[in-house]
Design a protein around this ligand. Sequence first.
Ligand code: CA
Length: 227
Amino acid sequence: MTRVLVVEDDPQLVRALVINLKARTFDVDAATDGASALRIAGESTPDAVLLDLGLPDMDGIDVLHALRVWTQVPVLVVSARRTSEEKVAALDAGADDYITKPFSMDELLARLRAATRRTAAAVPGEGSLTVRTEDFTIDLLAKKVQRQGRDVRLTPTEWHLLEVLIRNRGRLVGQKQLLQEVWGPAYGTQTNYLRVYMAQLRRKLESDPSHPRHLITAPGMGYRFEG
Ligand code: CA
């Protein structure tokens, strides 16, 4: 079942969203401020977040930044702010979609379905948590890597980095995003860490580390996993 976190401080709108989402068999959690939204997101790991920007305790954009440090969950901003600068700011902060209030419930539900379909397609589902390449096999559940039939030992940092790249398989992951997800919010500019750790991963996984086929560098931008 798809679990949705509704972050909204207008009680009537929360009620309407909860009723409509439950009627379409979504599981729903609701938070009426930013702090509880972040707490609930950490506890219940939702499959999608509907995020209001005008919250009583903090700006929704800051909630989005805090979420993006550790999760790529689809976030649909639902806001009365309608200038294109405000939309661009939300999308730049990592929102997957932007819906202006007032909205039609059908449209919101369609966009929510589209966002959750995208992640279902991108993230290997249960039962397919193994990524195989011609050079190595990664079992995401057991956190094991094998190369030519032998276990490869990764440090927790190497593993975390690899996991973020695999989660975004085939897509470029920016340097800043990688650094913040793996090392934390304060490390967004330490690109030398990435060079060091990517070199280690390549030595452990690639058959020709100087000509990587799976752990690809986009110079000055970031890295991509090709499997
Ligand atoms: Ca509000």
